[in-house]
Design a protein around this ligand. Structure first.
Ligand SMILES: [Fe+2]
Length: 162
């Protein structure tokens, strides 16, 4: 079963997935569902663009949840989006030969943190802030290094489109 290319689309019919309040002037996070026939990108340059778009969407969702309400359905959406992103990034960095054990371990720790969604709103805010801190440091730290290595790595094969 292939991974989804982008993040899940919230259902407007479901009240539990209604967008959280956000500051005036800030556009809502836009979720896109790719066409089912769209092929997986084969080049790292294309893959990194897709991964960076996912980064930006997850960051925006984190900000919305921190600044507004954080209903359970939206938190679950965040956890799913983060899990999908981490798995896709690991797959493509590994295919490029640029996924080190420390990077994989960092992903595992974030996934474990994400899986512990608190029930209370006060605890949930702390959890979201912890996730946001990890995500920011990871995106501009380990990810930036790994993506740069992948961008400069020789292209071994186009069959690594798994
Ligand atoms: Fe990463």
């Amino acid at each position: 079963m292939p991974l989804a290319l982008t993040l899940p689309v919230p259902s407007p019919a479901s009240p539990s997935s209604a967008p959280a309040a956000r500051p005036a002037g800030r556009p809502p996070v836009r979720w896109q569902r790719p066409g089912r026939s769209r092929p997986w990108p084969r080049l790292w340059s294309e893959r990194s663009q897709l991964l960076e778009r996912q980064h930006s969407r997850i960051e925006a969702l984190l900000e919305q949840l921190i600044e507004g309400e954080a209903p359970t359905a939206r938190c679950q959406q965040l956890v799913r989006a983060l899990g999908l992103h981490l798995r896709l990034e690991e797959r493509w960095l590994a295919a490029a030969g640029c996924l080190c054990p420390g990077h994989r371990l960092s992903h595992r720790q974030a996934a474990e943190l994400a899986a512990r969604t608190p029930a209370g709103s006060a605890e949930r805010l702390g959890w979201l802030l912890d996730l946001q801190e990890w995500f920011h440091l990871h995106r501009y730290g380990a990810d930036a290094v790994a993506y740069a290595r992948a961008a400069s790595a020789p292209t071994l094969s186009t069959s690594a489109s798994r």
